[in-house]
Write a protein of this length. Structure first.
Length: 113
């Protein structure tokens, strides 16, 4: 039995490789990592799906399904990509907080002078 990758036409295979490379390019940039993480946040992937009402819960589950598809794509490219993305975003957030604290400290020092 052929797996899905073997059943692709040459054009489909090239397109899949091009999309995979585009993901790798995005992931390689801090700004791309921020965008991917933002997309996952918009998919409510880190939120509880239960919304107390059936339609709202189903809507939330649909959003989360899109987020899981994105994570699945990252895993197809390299199973280490999603965990690395989480670590990179944590580092970016820590740097942003540190820069903000530093700027606030400089402002406080200027006010005291």
């Amino acid at each position: 039995m052929l797996d899905a990758a073997e059943a692709l036409t040459e054009t489909q295979r090239r397109e899949r490789l091009a999309v995979d490379q585009a993901f790798k390019d995005i992931i390689a940039m801090p700004s791309g990592q921020r965008v991917l993480f933002w997309m996952l946040e918009q998919c409510a992937i880190y939120e509880d799906a239960y919304a107390g009402e059936n339609n709202a819960t189903n809507y939330m589950l649909g959003r989360q399904s899109s987020g899981r598809r994105l994570i699945q794509k990252l895993d197809e490219i390299d199973p280490r990509t999603y965990p690395a993305l989480l670590l990179a975003v944590a580092d970016l957030k820590a740097m942003t907080i540190a820069a903000s604290r530093s700027a606030n400290q400089e402002n406080d020092d200027d006010d005291e002078a």
